[in-house]
Design a protein around this ligand. Structure first.
Ligand code: PXG
Length: 285
């Protein structure tokens, strides 16, 4: 089946799926997005993703030109048309084409784009043996500048942090917030296990509240694991028993080294494995 890309209710081939160079999504990163997974032909937590999209839209005063039920139906249709049982969805809403000035009120045609594609995961070996991270010098956005809770098309500081990680030979990088506390990684949330307690930074730490993060917190509570959303320092990560990341793309992936220091015994821990198994069972339900 050839890929079909949705733009404002119409479908185009990859070659023909185009938007204006005057779009403020391109000119200013003025827009929002979601990244979702398809498991067994169904979108995982579609409603949660769309509610977050609507929150991002509200936060930047971007009117989404169709309602929640319509967009739900359109995402499901795009999945069907692309015929992928397992895959990834990138949903984008841009401010639309305007003039070559910042004025968002001159943009009248927001673009709604749905791309359904195959997912490129981290290599399978890393799920077995764990990932190495470095702390990036680039911090997460200051919440008073651009709230990290908005999944906006401005990912430049995350891109720069990712670059720092890759240059250091790491596939992900840890990002601190403006207070020097642990926030999250460039496209994943972070968790530790300390004395059998599962801890992840709170929303106020300047993070994107991940859908996978919330699913893992629920699974841990169901399994009787003590959980907490508490501020974490890098020191807490260095001395943790276990560490892992969560994200729609990454799912649950163990972390075994941070800034050259082994975490725990340097191998993926038992609670990480338990939660990874529970997550895999959940998405297959
Ligand atoms: N933090 C940030 C900054 C993110 O962008 C997550 C956490 C995890 O959230 P979810 O809802 O997915 O559990 C994200 C989302 C990629 C990619 O290609 C990943 C994200 C965004 C864009 C691209 O890996 N992750």
């Amino acid at each position: 089946m050839t890929q079909q890309i949705y733009i404002n209710g119409e479908y185009f081939s990859k070659e023909d799926a185009k938007i204006s160079v005057y779009d403020h999504g391109l000119l200013y990163g003025d827009g929002i997005f979601e990244g979702m997974r398809i498991y067994g032909g169904k979108v995982f937590r579609l409603r949660e993703h769309l509610l977050r999209l609507w929150e991002s839209a509200a936060a930047i005063s971007l009117p989404i030109p169709l309602d929640l039920d319509h967009l739900t139906a359109d995402v499901n249709e795009a999945v069907r048309k692309n015929g992928l049982e397992e895959g990834y969805i990138r949903l984008i809403v841009t401010r639309g084409a305007g003039a070559l000035g910042l004025d968002p009120f001159r943009c009248s045609n927001p673009q709604v784009i749905i791309i359904v594609d195959k997912i490129t995961l981290y290599p399978a070996e890393l799920y077995e043996n764990g990932l190495e991270l470095v702390t990036a010098s680039t911090i997460r956005n200051h919440p008073a500048a651009l709230s990290p809770r908005i999944k906006s098309l401005n990912y430049l500081n995350n891109v720069l942090a990712k670059m720092e990680g890759l240059k250091a030979g790491c596939k992900e990088a840890l990002m601190l917030n403006h207070q020097g506390m642990v926030a999250e990684c460039t496209g994943d949330n972070v968790f530790i296990v300390k004395a059998n307690k599962l801890i992840t930074p709170p929303k106020e730490a300047g993070i994107l509240e991940g859908i996978t993060r919330n699913a893992v917190l629920e699974l841990a509570k169901k399994a009787g694991i003590e959980t907490a959303e508490e501020p974490l320092t890098r020191h807490d990560l260095y001395v943790a028993d276990e560490c892992f990341l969560t994200g729609s793309a990454a799912e649950v992936i163990p972390v075994v080294i941070l800034d050259g220091r082994s975490i725990g015994d340097g191998t993926p821990g038992p609670i990480t494995k338990q939660l990874n198994d529970a997550f895999r069972a959940l998405v297959r339900q």
